[in-house]
Write a protein that binds this ligand. Sequence first.
Ligand code: F6R
Length: 587
Amino acid sequence: MCGIVGYIGFRSAREVLLKSLKRLEYRGYDSAGVAIVNDGLKVEKKKGFIENLKVNFDGTLGIGHTRWATHGVPSDRNAHPFVDCHGNIAVVHNGIIENFMELREELISKGHVFTSETDSEVVAHLIEEYYDGSLKDAFFKAVSRLKGSFAIAAIHRGERKIMAVKNESPLVIGIGDHENFIASDIPAFLEYTNRVIVLRDGEVCEVSDDYVRVYDMEGREIRKEVQRIEWTVEDAEKGGYEHFMLKEIFEQPRAVDDTLRSLLARTSDHWGDFQRIAIVACGTSYHAGLTAKYVIEELLHIPVEVYYASEYRYRANVDDSYLAIFITQSGETADTIGAARRAKAHGHRTLAITNVVGSSITNYVDHVLYTNAGPEIGVAATKTFTSQLMALYYFAITSAERMGRISHGRYEELMRSLHRVSYWIEATLNLEDRIAEEARRVAESGNMFYIARWLNYPIALEGALKMKEISYIHAEGYPAGELKHGPLALIDDGMPVVALVPEDRLYEKMLSNIKEVSARNAYVIALSSREDVEKYVDTLLRMPKVDPLFTPFTNVVALQLLAYHTARVLGREIDKPKNLAKSVTVE
Ligand code: F6R
């Protein structure tokens, strides 16, 4: 998983490529490189952040790459772009070439010399092998030999064009005047143009200064729609906040409102009635799915099963048909896409919830619901999570009404609550200073628990995930009633336990569970709208009072802030946690 960019036009390619790569750094950041045509072909690539890359040449045509290692350790040698044996052709690649070993052996037997351990390098040598005066022809021939997932861009020192292909990894084209761009994601070139062509799997493009042509794999030209993107570069930048993550936490009232507005503007939802649901996702999106299970079961009284996409893909097909919902903010997560393909192949109806218009997942499902959170740059998902919850609650409430599972009065009451979510989140954001104080205490610990029940149990999991991934503190989420079956043995003097105590039907039970951990000298931080909780805990974060079914929205925002401020106290790389990348396009 990586980010790729390309530029052809009249500007400084060095400047455009480096700026564009910076905006794709969320896709990986263990090495970076560029190749620019300038009296020959020049390449600079280096291990480490894009800032480490010093490029002392320029031109008006080039390609670039920011890497997240899959085959081959992060190093200068394994960084992209790769060149052929004679330094005529340069290539960048995002994805995995599954048959690279056999191609590599074939090319070595023909005399090609490889300089890296990557799967990507074979592409440069394959194009070289087929090159006979036309980059376009050689590119088509090379790409037809590849198996796997890839977005690839290639240039040749003697031709003024970029050739690129998309298959199961994202690729978009930015259309300018006498200049054009390619990239893994739109924010890369949004500063220069908002006119975009989104490529689909199996499409190849030929990009010159003045034209963009898109072909299928057989070389037949395809007509593509040019879309206008409404977000601004500002939307994709920090806007005065210290980190993207904090900016994105504070954007949540707007993100959930924009999502609700776009959902309400839909004229009809076509997925019909259903008697069972399977929800499939990874990471934070999985936690949104798990929360939705409780909400859907509460409102629709039908069974909902929730799966990690990486597990769902390989289970036996034992169920009758169901509606399968795939949640993925990026729309590019390989496990989730694989799961969607499997569900479709088994004849289940499929619905995707994603934040990225035209992302890969939309090619593999029957229906799509878009969240409208805007681009999320911080690696830790925040505003896309609450926007996913918004879409899932909307789905549950509208389906319950349509299928006659709730009265019209209850429907109206729930819709009113949906409209209030942004105010409740605002009220939670006002607790930031109080939460930051608490974070100083948490930052001193090496381990912690998050406990909750019912529909806040997934929020405990999500709070713990946020803490782990950006602060590197070991944190586990548990159903509060489960601690006594084992994990209680881990409670030590002063160990922080974050307890979610909404005023719902399990309030009393939560208090009993809190007493169990307090009796073992844990340091209990409670999130509750009830003042009297204070007497049972070490510290109370007084949450706004909201409809109990909607407490996941407010609790998760408080937990995002707790993780953020803890990581900040510890001086972590909050927007770019170690070992992680925003979009996981490998299995
Ligand atoms: C955690 C996080 C990841 C993603 C997961 C799925 O903060 O961001 O756990 O939620 O990689 O990503 P999407 O939703 O793009 O499929």
